[in-house]
Structure formats: structure tokens, C-alpha cells
Design a protein around this ligand. Structure first.
Ligand code: ADP
Ligand code: ADP
Ligand code: MG
Length: 674
């Protein structure tokens, strides 16, 4: 085994590779750009070397600097991870010229598979069915148009050198073909330095299935079963699993056989993946797509179901060792599902979410959950690299159990300050359709506009931020000390009624309003009938526990940034708020008064619903009546626990601001939050 390995990558995959190295006693060398000086992968490595500026083309894509770093640090081998230089000839050539081992397959395999045109020809020669299309040398527009008409529409124009879901265009009819061809060509040249394209019939209901291969340098080659990666957005994978659900054994076996045939034809000698699309409308016909000559993002689901450490096998193979196991000894158990957690806002057309993290915590000892992450509490998400922050992997005996575990992982991995697709991932996993046959159209069919609105969840965040705001007034702990102004704790017998107006910074929606009533050193929140909030200031911000009768308690983490913005995080969802407050009333001496034994109109409007009658018992926070103003409905809640004494209004009444609506008789002091 190597003594020291350089990892020519960053983020979660660099950290993942180091984990195997530590177990195997291999020393690690990280490389980093100027934007990654304090990154987790640098912190976790034994040694680190700066290789250039933030932009990838000045750092992680510079084979010359990576080789220099390996020579300077005494690394004997380089693991390229995925993306960046992993499938480029530059790095493997530079390694060979400098006597450094490249952890990957042979040069010829990388070269052939780097071109989708070459790889399809090779697969066909090996007797594997390919997506019908055109992959000949004649690239004249007229020939391509003729071929397109022969293939039929819709079809895909693919850049031969493309990858990572980039360089593909769907063409729906002959009229658009030449225009889109010209565009595709320009893009292919600019992004991949190769303007050749191939054409493929567009499979209308495709499933993405792939087979993990592993080879050694002594001629050994095995497959490690299939993965399904049909949950995709714009040709990029979002959720992957092993095994594939609803896949007939005969089809699975034919996938393994095809993959092995391709692997043998290339003398494949490291980790690689053979990708297929399966036409869900014609169940048993897998078509070859391409081979990725590297470790794949989703390799973890294969590891969790086979018990094999693929990075270890890659290193052993690169050292010239034989594969640790023969095909017959490799078995698979249970189920594993992986979710890619990205710094993006699916609510807003998947725009990027950037900036420093305000909090980060991985769940400790969660059964059946593995988290592969490149983050730590000091991380900052910059625009220079791709948006994947971490992978949450669940595993269990059954698919249902794996889903439960990956959900728990997503709900408990706490990323504050930067927004992620966590809520969307959770919604996908909860959808009944996720248990049916999956196709790559799943997201556009079920989530055409991003995640479904979750009113309750939003309301929970609003209340939690309000409770934290209130706590910040009551407890002048240093973490909150920047907030000045009125204090909520008034001397006994005094109090205040305050309206908080909260704006979700990343949405154009209406402000949320929450009323706060303080009295006798405590406070109560009104705004969500039946919900109680209890805020506790900790060393790590503020944790608000929300309880609602008959439902689970929800904990929301809230903290304020230096810019006076409020960040809330709960169950995979992170939100950002601007909070304004307005003093509505100062309550004067007289203890009964201070607990406000009456409810007045907070704004002028029309009474649209009255939920209570005189004599009824109420609990503070119960809905009492609804007021309609400016086409919006505002529910007013009981300010205290007690009896309804008198209701002064009926449905249809027009009331003015401050008008007395309901009188109460307090019973038993109740502080909902302290
Ligand atoms: P996988 O097939 O392993 O799931 P993807 O195809 O999603 O991986 O790509 C993995 C990573 O590599 C992504 O960060 C992607 O942006 C990057 N990537 C893959 N191929 C290329 C390529 N040819 N050029 C640039 N980036 C690529
Ligand atoms: P990349 O190198 O970018 O990963 P692939 O050829 O592997 O390119 O295709 C990426 C994804 O695009 C596939 O997973 C699949 O969802 C979709 N795709 C590719 N080819 C086709 C096709 N012929 N018909 C329908 N979908 C396709
Ligand atoms: Mg692919």
C-alpha cells in the first residue's frame, strides 16, 4: 500500500477518500485553492498544499501544479476523485511522466470512454445494445439533419466530450434542428474542447440504471450490482439507490453481463460505472449510454449494500494487488438510498445559495445513516465550484427502512445560514409515487414548480423566530446583546403588546405577523392557534421547541447574524428573516389588566368568523375570531387561559382599530414560553 496519497479534489469526496486512507494507514495530502484555505478537506488532511486561485481552471484543473504538489510532498499516488481532472488525460499523462501512480483505470480506457462516440462504437462492437442514433465521423450539418430525420423526434444532441449532465440538447422537431445543432456545437467546443456531437433517439420514459465495475491490473474484473439514479433534474442525478426497485432479475442480470462485456473489452482495471437507460414503456430493453472511468458520486449506496469500501479497492488495484474478492463471494444485502444535498433554492428556480454557514452539525450516532460531507462550521459556500455540499445516505433491511433512515438523516443534519434542497428531498421521499417505477421525469411530473408549499412548516419557523426574538429581549445574553430597544420584561404589573412583522428574505410573499404579549416577566405569543413555543438560549444560538396538542414536538434552531438577519433551521429547511417590531400598547399597572383580560381589534376590518361563546373555557393561543381586512384573514387568539366573559361582536360587524371584541376572565396563570 502507498505510504502517502495526494487527493486532487475538494469537498465531500476528498473527505471521503481520506476516511479510507486513515483506516488503511495511508497519509493524506490535500490540495486547495485560495478559496478553500479553511475548508474541511484541508483541515482533515495530514498535509496540504496551495495550488492556486479560486477558479477551478487556476487550481483543481491544473495538472502541472497538482504534480508539483505531489512531488514536493512526497506523495506516491494521486486520487482524482470525480469531476475536475478525474477523466482527463492531462493528469494521468503527467503522473506517468513523473513516476506517480494514478488511482484510476488505464489510459486507453479513459481515452476511449472520454468520447461518447468512441465508447458507443466500442460497446456495439462488444455486442451491447446502444440507444439508436448516429455516431459516425461525418459531422456535416446536412448529414446530421438527414440522420435526425431517420432517427425521428424527439432526439438528443449530445456533445461527444460532455459529462455531468452538461452538453445535451433535446430537439422536438426538424424545424429547430439546425439552430440547436449550431448552439450545441459552440457549447461543446467551449466547454469540452471537442465540437463533435452524436445523436440519440430520446427515450420518452427513461429509467437510469448503472452497474458498478471494479477491475485489477492482473486481469480480474467483477461487477458490484446495479444502482438506480432515475430521480434527476436536467440530466443530473438527485437521488440514487441500490438495488433498483421493481427491476426484474432477468433484466438486472443482462445489465451485469453487458457491463462486464464492456469492461473486458477495455481491460478495465479500477472503479468504473457503465450507465444504461431503460425504456420504462418497453420494460426489458436496457440501452448502453456511457462509461464513467472514475469513482461515482453515488458509490456509497453500493458500499452500504455490499459492505465493500470502493476507495480501498481502488487503492489496492492501483498498487497492483489483486481484487480482494471473487465475483461469487460478492453479495448484496438490504437497501440503500442517497440524497444529494445542494446549496440551492428549489423554491426559486434552483438558484444558488451562497455565503458562510452560521451553524453546522451532523447527527451523532443515527442508526442506518451515513453522511458524506465537505462542510464544517467554518465553511463558506462560494460560487467557484459545484453546489453539492453533502450526501445523506440511508440504509436498512428494506427499502422502507432505508427511506426512514435517510429521512431522519436529512431532518437532523443541521445546515444553518445557507439554503439547501433538503425540504424538496424530504418531500420526494414522502411521495407515494416514490415507491412506484421511477423515471427521469419524476421531478417534472411531481414537482414542476419546486417543492410543494408547506404552510405549517413556514408558520413553525415564524413562531420560532418570534419566540427567539422575545427570548432575546428577556435574556440579555451576549449572543443577543446587539439587540437594543424596549425590553419585554417590565416590572410586575406592567407589560407590552408588540407586533412582530417578519419578512422571508428570499420570497416575495406577504409579511408574517405575530403578536407578543408580555406581562409579569414572561411573554406569550399569538399567531398560530394551539401552538406553544418555548425558547431556550444555548451556547449555540437559540433552540425553540414548538408543541401542538396531538403532534410531535418540533425543535427549531434560530440565530441572528451580524447583519441583524434571523436564520431559522428545522428538519432540513433553512430560512432567513428580517424582523421589525412595533409597540402596539403599553399595559399599565393593575395585574389583571396587565394580563389583558380583553381582546381588541389589531386592525380595522370585518368580523368573518366567531369561534367562541360566552361561558366557554379557552386556553391562551386558542383561536377566538377571524377578522378580514384587505382581502386577508387574520385569526385573533385568546390572550390568556380562562373563561370567555362577553363577546361584543358578531359575524359581519365592521370594527375599528383597537375596538373591544371579547372580554375574558383569567384563570390560572399560564406562561406559554419562558
Ligand atoms: P456521477 O455520474 O458520478 O453521479 P455526475 O455525472 O453527476 O456524477 O458528475 C459528478 C461530478 O463531476 C459533478 O460535480 C459534475 O459536475 C462533474 N463532471 C462530470 N463530468 C464532467 C465533465 N466532463 N466536465 C466537467 N465536469 C464534470
Ligand atoms: P453525462 O455524461 O452528462 O452523464 P449521459 O449520456 O450519461 O451524459 O446522460 C445523462 C442523463 O441524461 C441520463 O442519466 C439520462 O437521464 C439522460 N439521457 C441520456 N441519454 C438519453 C436518451 N437517449 N433518452 C433519454 N434520456 C437520456
Ligand atoms: Mg452519465
Amino acid at each position: 500500500m502507498f505510504k502517502r496519497l495526494l487527493i486532487a479534489n475538494r469537498g465531500e469526496i476528498a473527505c471521503r477518500i481520506m476516511r479510507s486512507c486513515r483506516r488503511l494507514g495511508v497519509e493524506t495530502v490535500a490540495v486547495h485553492s485560495s478559496a478553500d484555505v479553511t475548508s474541511r478537506h484541508v483541515a482533515e488532511a495530514d498535509y496540504s498544499v496551495a495550488i492556486g486561485e479560486a477558479s477551478a481552471s487556476d487550481s483543481y484543473l491544473r495538472a502541472d501544479r497538482i504534480i508539483a504538489a505531489a512531488l514536493a510532498s512526497g506523495a506516491q499516488a494521486i486520487h482524482p476523485g470525480y469531476g475536475f481532472l478525474s477523466e482527463k488525460l492531462d493528469l494521468i499523462d503527467a503522473c506517468q511522466a513523473n513516476g506517480i501512480t494514478f488511482v484510476g483505470p488505464n489510459r486507453r480506457a479513459i481515452n476511449t470512454m472520454g468520447s461518447k462516440i468512441e465508447s458507443k462504437r466500442m460497446a456495439r462492437a462488444a455486442g451491447v445494445l446502444c440507444v439508436p442514433g448516429y455516431d459516425e465521423d461525418d459531422q456535416s450539418p446536412q448529414r446530421l439533419l438527414d440522420e435526425a430525420q431517420r432517427i425521428g423526434f424527439p432526439l438528443l444532441i449530445k456533445a461527444s466530450g460532455g459529462g455531468g449532465g452538461k452538453g445535451m440538447r433535446r430537439v422536438n422537431g426538424a424545424a429547430d434542428f439546425l439552430t440547436l445543432l449550431a448552439l450545441a456545437r459552440r457549447e461543446a467546443l467551449a466547454s469540452f474542447g471537442d465540437e463533435r456531437v452524436l445523436l440519440e433517439k430520446y427515450i420518452v420514459n427513461p429509467r437510469h440504471l448503472e452497474v458498478q465495475l471494479m477491475g485489477d491490473r492482473l486481469g480480474g474484473l467483477v461487477h458490484l450490482f446495479e444502482r438506480e439514479c432515475s430521480i434527476q433534474r436536467r440530466f443530473q442525478k438527485v437521488i440514487e439507490e441500490a438495488p433498483a426497485n421493481h427491476l426484474p432479475t432477468a433484466v438486472a442480470n443482462s445489465l451485469y453481463e453487458s457491463a462486464l462485456r464492456i469492461g473486458r473489452a477495455m481491460n478495465y482495471d479500477n472503479a468504473g460505472t457503465v450507465e444504461f437507460v431503460l425504456d420504462a414503456d418497453q420494460g426489458d430493453r436496457p440501452y448502453f449510454l456511457e462509461v464513467n472511468t472514475r469513482l461515482q458520486v453515488e458509490h456509497a449506496v453500493t458500499e452500504m449494500t455490499t459492505g465493500i469500501d470502493l476507495v480501498e479497492w481502488q487503492l489496492r488495484s492501483a498498487c497492483g494487488e489483486p481484487l480482494p474478492m471473487k465475483q461469487d463471494a460478492i453479495t448484496r444485502q438490504g437497501w440503500s438510498i442517497e440524497c444529494r444535498l445542494n446549496a440551492e433554492e428549489p423554491e426559486h428556480d434552483y438558484r444558488a445559495s451562497l455565503g458562510p454557514l452560521l451553524g453546522y452539525a451532523e447527527p451523532a450516532r443515527l442508526a442506518g445513516v451515513r453522511i458524506d460531507s465537505g462542510l464544517h462550521a467554518q465553511s463558506e459556500v462560494t460560487p467557484h465550484y459545484d453546489s453539492m455540499l453533502a450526501k445523506v445516505i440511508g440504509f436498512g433491511h428494506s427499502r422502507t427502512q432505508a427511506i426512514g433512515h435517510v429521512r431522519a438523516g436529512l431532518e437532523q443534519l443541521r445546515i444553518e445560514g445557507v439554503r439547501t434542497n433538503g425540504a424538496l428531498l424530504l418531500q420526494i421521499l414522502r411521495l407515494p409515487a416514490f415507491d412506484e417505477v421511477l423515471t427521469t421525469r419524476f421531478l417534472e411530473q411531481h414537482f414542476p414548480d419546486g417543492p410543494h408549499a408547506e404552510v405549517d412548516v413556514r408558520r413553525q419557523h415564524v413562531l420560532a423566530v418570534a419566540a427567539a426574538w422575545a427570548a432575546s429581549q428577556v435574556v440579555a445574553a451576549p449572543v443577543w446583546s446587539a439587540l437594543r430597544g424596549m425590553r419585554l420584561t417590565a416590572p410586575a404589573g406592567h407589560g407590552a403588546r408588540i407586533e412582530l412583522r417578519m419578512r422571508d428574505v428570499s420570497a416575495a410573499s406577504d409579511n408574517e405577523a405575530v403578536r407578543l404579549l408580555s406581562a409579569d416577566g414572561g411573554y406569550e405569543l399569538f399567531g398560530a392557534p394551539g401552538l406553544r413555543a418555548a425558547a431556550k438560549l444555548g451556547t449555540d444560538g437559540c433552540v425553540v421547541r414548538l408543541t401542538q396538542t396531538g403532534q410531535d414536538t418540533v425543535s427549531v434552531h434560530v440565530r441572528r447574524s451580524e447583519q441583524q438577519r434571523w436564520f431559522s433551521w428545522a428538519q432540513g429547511r433553512s430560512m432567513v428573516w428580517d424582523v421589525e417590531h412595533e409597540l402596539e400598547h403599553s399595559l399599565h399597572a393593575g395585574s389583571a389588566e396587565s394580563r389583558e383580560a380583553h381582546l381588541s381589534a389589531t386592525l380595522p376590518g370585518c368580523i368573518s368568523e366567531v369561534m367562541l361563546q360566552a361561558g366557554q373555557r379557552v386556553v391562551a393561543g386558542d383561536p377566538v375570531l377571524t377578522l378580514e381586512a384587505m382581502k386577508l384573514y387574520h385569526t385573533l387568539a385568546a390572550p390568556l387561559t380562562g373563561l370567555v366573559q362577553k363577546v361584543h361582536v358578531t359575524v359581519g360587524d365592521i370594527v375599528s382599530h383597537g375596538q373591544l371584541l371579547v372580554e375574558f376572565e383569567p384563570q390560572a396563570v399560564d406562561t406559554a414560553a419562558q
